[in-house]
Ligand binder design. Structure first.
Ligand SMILES: [Cu+2]
Length: 494
């Protein structure tokens, strides 16, 4: 099925005729893609069936094509479709099973980023799904209402598979969130906002980049897409809009703000709702991070969400551009005011810290090592807390740090308290050059059964080249010495 997702052409037209291979004639006109003429695509909620008390989802990973420019099909990958994936939505306490069929032309995996799952169900590099195979992880959802996501995590191939489009959102609901006066009408006043890269270099400025990419002759710049579109718009029908922001890019750090500089309320980070909304007018997000924000609108106004890119080399703000336009209707349904207090969260306490560990990130190494599938790097005891001190030793390169299977709290950034919106439960944190971030990590109550969890930089180019390590969660009476926990036999059985 052809997947129409045309990016509209605006501005000065440049008409190009290319003769390819002496026979095929390509003609198209373009100068700049986008232009806020296409309504925002909202990923569908994934359907599920009840098998007894188990909510079961069926996902098929598949290759297809998408027309980012009319009549120019580009190879994309998706789940239950040609590009991107449906939104999974589950409730705290429920038993779920996800049948993942791999119809892609390669082995892959599917990792539930942010979900607190048994290590065996995590979908990391040790749970490959071979071509034409079906993998069926299952677990009981046990975490607060939160915005999570899912994407491939095959060692060395995450970047390619994510860039081709295998990215979906994974929302957890719970009884506490349900009682609060928050927008939660999916697709109306509660929108998934997946910000990511175009699958190829759909250069926004130079048609030659785009054409070159089509024929594999050069690497153009990626465009920033929202839910798979460049510069779409949204019609707003309510006084408040909840945006579940996900930075699903392979290596961009976005600084989000609105073009009129308006304030918005940040209500949640990766681990769930804050105690109370935090008002800001900009928000920095590195790959893998999620924040939920609520924005207020006046009838009839038009506002754009802008993003600046932080330069990968030195962390300095680079170009700023609008990514999504909001058009408020002439009459808006009044959703009232956000609650002053949302949830009660345990204060951060260092009373029970069992151990402190240090992680030095540099180049594509952590503690001087690159990822090895058979090597356990760290062993922790189930149910304990540790402080992990993560240092970016590089003087120019940005990194970040993601830990599978857990949430953590950011204790400090170079010794200073983190920003207010960074102080609650997270699973991914930006680490600027020559900066140390101290984390309080709370490990699962049960051992990981010999299956490792990953910790890694979520700039996928770094991760894929080796900037990842593995930790095991073991019983309290087991050794913390990694050399006592060889996994070479397990790594090849699945
Ligand atoms: Cu990195």
């Amino acid at each position: 099925m052809k997947n129409k997702r045309a990016l509209f052409l605006t501005g000065t037209l440049v008409t190009l005729a290319l003769i390819v291979g002496g026979s095929q004639l390509w003609v198209f006109s373009q100068s700049r893609l986008g232009g806020f003429v296409e309504p925002l695509n909202v990923p569908e909620l994934a359907e599920s069936t009840l098998e007894g008390s188990v909510r079961t989802f069926d996902l098929t990973l598949q290759a297809g094509t998408t027309e980012f420019v009319s009549d120019v099909p580009i190879e994309t990958w998706g789940i239950n479709g040609d590009y991107l994936a449906p939104t999974l939505r589950v409730t705290d306490g429920e038993q779920i099973k996800i049948n993942v069929a791999n119809s892609l032309p390669e082995d892959t995996t599917l990792h539930w980023h942010g979900l607190h799952v048994p290590a065996e169900m995590d979908g990391g590099p040790h749970q490959p799904i071979e071509m034409n195979a079906i993998w069926s992880p299952h677990w009981t959802v046990s975490q607060a209402a939160s915005t999570n996501w899912y994407h491939p995590h095959l060692h060395g191939r995450s970047e390619a598979h994510v860039k081709l489009g295998v990215v979906g959102m994974f929302i957890v609901d719970d009884a506490v969130e349900l009682k609060l006066n928050l927008p939660r009408n999916y697709g109306v006043d509660d929108l998934p906002i997946i910000v990511h890269d175009s699958p190829i270099g759909l250069s926004s400025g130079n048609p030659l980049d785009f054409i070159g990419e089509l024929f594999g002759s050069r690497q153009g710049d990626s465009l920033t897409l929202v839910n798979g579109q460049h510069e779409p718009y949204v019609e707003v029908s309510t006084s408040l809009l909840r945006l579940r922001l996900l930075n699903a890019s392979i290596g961009d750090v976005f600084d989000f703000s609105f073009d009129d500089g308006r304030d918005f309320s940040i209500i949640a980070s990766e681990g769930g709702l804050f105690d109370k909304p935090v008002v800001e007018n900009s928000l920095l997000m590195s790959p893998g991070e999620r924040y939920e924000i609520v924005v207020a609108f006046e009838p009839g106004e038009t506002v754009r969400l802008n993003r600046s890119l932080l330069d990968d080399d030195n962390g300095a703000p680079a170009d700023s551009e609008s990514t999504l336009e909001f058009r408020a209707g002439s009459a808006l349904q009044n959703l009232g005011a956000l609650p002053d207090v949302m949830v009660t969260l345990p204060e951060t306490s260092l009373d029970n810290v069992a151990r402190t560990r240090a992680f030095d990130m540099s180049g594509v190494e952590i503690n001087g090592l690159m990822m090895h599938m058979d090597r356990i790097d760290q062993v922790v005891h189930a149910g304990t807390q540790e402080t992990w001190s993560v240092r970016n030793l590089d003087s120019r390169e940005l990194h970040n740090f993601h830990v599978h299977g857990v949430s953590f709290r950011v204790l400090s950034v170079d010794g200073a308290p983190p920003a207010v919106h960074q102080r609650w439960d997270k699973d991914t944190v930006l680490i600027p050059p020559e900066t140390t971030v101290e984390l309080l990590v709370t490990f699962p109550e049960v051992s990981s059964g010999g299956w490792p969890f990953m910790f890694h930089c979520h700039f996928l180019r770094h991760e894929g080249r080796g900037m990842m390590g593995q930790y095991l969660v073991v019983e309290p009476d087991e050794s913390l010495d990694p050399s006592n926990h060889m996994i070479s036999s397990m790594a090849h059985t699945h």
